[in-house]
Design a protein around this ligand. Structure first.
Ligand code: GLU
Length: 282
């Protein structure tokens, strides 16, 4: 089977060394095996993404010397596909509308739960709206009450008959516990499809066989694996890599302009040096 890898940045800031590390890991795996390396722009959150960052990302990758195969997939051009997935999940009774405000969730979770946070640091939703009746849901939606759509994780898990695991090439077989996220939001008004839904859908439709990304997204893979099982999508292998830090040991973030590829290039650093600095320990 031919290998297909991808780099999937969100254009919410400039690329830094950590992104280059993820991109290079995917690029190298594809090039060494005569496979394909794809580029995808994950710009579904239109409140945070900027076209100028997309332009900068494409320029910086090309300057570093990373080339990609085929056209760039831009997620904002595919909202109807994500809607179709939401429709499928809804038809199977795996989505429910949630009317809770952030403040309500915070109050309830902090009062009741012993482990209030999901692995990504967000509050773990306690399932308040899961038990609403159909008529109550319909009345509130008809009255224009703002709401998001959540995945009923327990119901989704109940549809899966085989053990949920994936292969991480650094760690081996990993058993998945998507419950630790609680019922995640899969759609909201200003972002009609969530990261979890779009990334999993796109890896499937693009035929990605190896996902290279940072360890910060390792827990999210449990959730992605659940969506793959529920939707019948193929399961890629994963290569989650350690996150890079700056000289003081702080994790790199998009807000640190000084560590961006752009700033290093402007400071006179060569593409070759940046590629070396973004090398991951094997
Ligand atoms: N778009 C995500 C980000 O920039 C990465 C998605 C992924 O590699 O799975 O953080």
């Amino acid at each position: 089977m031919s290998i297909v890898t991808r780099f999937a940045p969100s254009p919410t800031g400039l690329l830094h060394l950590g992104h280059v590390a993820s991109a290079m890991a995917g690029w190298r795996a594809a090039r060494e095996a005569g496979g394909r390396f794809l580029l995808r722009i994950e710009d579904i959150d239109q409140t945070r993404c900027r076209p100028a960052y997309t332009t900068a990302i494409l320029e910086d990758l090309a300057w570093i010397g990373l080339d990609w195969d085929g056209p760039v997939r831009v997620q904002s051009a595919h909202f109807p596909e994500y809607q179709a997935v939401l429709d499928t999940l809804a038809a199977r009774g795996l989505l429910y509308p949630c009317f809770c405000t952030r403040a309500e969730i915070q109050r309830e979770v902090l009062a009741a739960a012993s482990a209030p946070h999901a692995p990504d640091g967000s509050l773990r939703y306690p399932g308040t709206c899961r038990g609403l009746s159909d008529s109550e849901r319909e009345d509130r939606i008809a009255a224009g009450a703002p709401h998001v759509l959540r995945l009923d994780v327990a119901a989704a898990l109940a549809t899966v008959t085989t053990p949920l695991w994936f292969e991480d090439i650094r760690r081996g077989q990993i058993m998945c516990t998507p419950q630790q996220f609680g019922d995640v939001v899969l759609a909201r008004k200003d972002t009609p499809a969530s990261y979890h839904l779009c990334v999993t859908h796109d890896d499937a439709v693009q035929g990605v066989t190896l996902v290279t990304r940072g360890d910060d997204l390792r827990p999210a893979t449990d959730l992605h694996r659940l969506l793959q099982a529920v939707m019948g999508w193929p399961v890629p292998r994963y290569a989650h890599h350690p996150l890079l830090s700056d000289e003081s040991g702080r994790r790199l973030a998009k807000r640190d302009r000084a560590m961006s590829v752009r700033a290093m290039r402007e400071a006179g650093m060569r593409a070759d040096d940046i590629r070396k600095r973004a090398m991951l320990p094997s």
